[in-house]
Design a protein around this ligand. Structure first.
Ligand SMILES: NC(=O)c1ccc[n+]([C@@H]2O[C@H](COP(=O)([O-])OP(=O)(O)OC[C@H]3O[C@@H](n4cnc5c(N)ncnc54)[C@H](OP(=O)(O)O)[C@@H]3O)[C@@H](O)[C@H]2O)c1
Length: 256
């Protein structure tokens, strides 16, 4: 994958027209790699303090060091989203940074390419659901609950077009992955309604990043991680909270 050392980095965001996020705090799960790293770089470039969550302490420290050296305000914390205790410990250790203005759930795993429904093992099903669905549930419980109390915050979940119930979605194969993303879409829509659909200061949305050059998307994907992160940055920085409770791609609403 392209590295942050590369001056032609795939992670350089296009911030044209986006308002600043000075003084705001963002937490990004999976924030030290791939689309999540694109979100980290973009949000920090807009002025936010960004906390990257991931499982690899050394990688987090290395990426944070590179970004801080570029003048961005970024810290890393170890947290496996399949372990609610990790998330709670991270929230506690972060103090005020554990109560973010922006929460981006990018941590995700792909399923085994041969994972048709009747061939998928229970272990494979559980592995993918644990990160892509239950991990988002646990992350939202940990970091979005204070947003509801404060009546202020933006929650953005990386979904996938493969999880839609229309268009290219749920067209067979990759069953755990597709179904985990369809389910997380339901989580987003349901949580947005519980949060008042933007009327009580909290927006909740899902984003299809498109096919991006990451460990998951592969080196030949047409989009950069920065392009995949673009709608996330736009949702995090837009002045209006509504419409919300929707699936977005390239800053446009797409059908579930
Ligand atoms: N790339 C695409 O083409 C594409 C297309 C559609 C949707 N998406 C979605 O976009 C999101 C990001 O994808 P990506 O392409 O950036 O993937 P990626 O390059 O494979 O990165 C996955 C990220 O998820 C984190 N992660 C995985 N399991 C985790 C766990 N148990 N706890 C905490 N973090 C965990 C990884 O962190 P560590 O390994 O550092 O712990 C890593 O940062 C995913 O939700 C994916 O489904 C991607």
């Amino acid at each position: 994958m392209p590295s942050l050392d590369d001056p032609m980095s795939d992670y350089a965001p296009d911030l044209t027209g986006l308002p600043a996020l000075d003084g705001q705090v963002a937490i990004v799960t999976g924030g030290a790699r791939g689309v999540g790293l694109g979100c980290t770089v973009g949000l920090a470039s807009l002025g936010a303090t960004v906390v990257m969550l991931g499982r690899d302490e050394q990688h987090l420290a290395q990426q944070a060091g590179l970004l801080v050296a570029r003048g961005l305000d970024v810290v890393g914390r170890v947290a496996d989203v399949t372990r609610p205790a990790d998330l709670a410990a991270a929230a506690l250790s972060l103090g005020p940074l554990g109560q973010p203005d922006v929460l981006v759930c990018s941590a995700g795993v792909m399923s085994d390419k041969t994972a048709k429904t009747v061939r998928t093992t229970a272990a494979e099903w559980d592995r993918v659901m644990a990160v892509n669905l239950t991990g988002v549930f646990a992350t939202v419980q940990t970091f979005a609950a204070p947003m509801l109390q404060r009546r202020s915050g933006r929650v953005i979940v990386l979904s996938a077009c493969l999880g839609r119930m229309s268009g290219p979605g749920c067209a067979g194969g990759l069953a755990p992955y597709r179904i985990s993303k369809a389910a997380v879409n339901a989580l987003v829509k349901n949580f947005a309604a519980e949060a008042g659909d933007g009327r009580r200061g909290v927006s909740v949305d899902a984003v299809c990043p498109g096919h991006c050059r990451t460990d998951m998307g592969g080196p030949d994907a047409p989009r950069s991680p920065a392009q995949g992160a673009d709608s996330v940055l736009w949702l995090a920085a837009r002045e209006q909270l509504s419409p919300t409770g929707l699936l977005w791609e390239d800053r446009q609403i797409v059908p579930w």
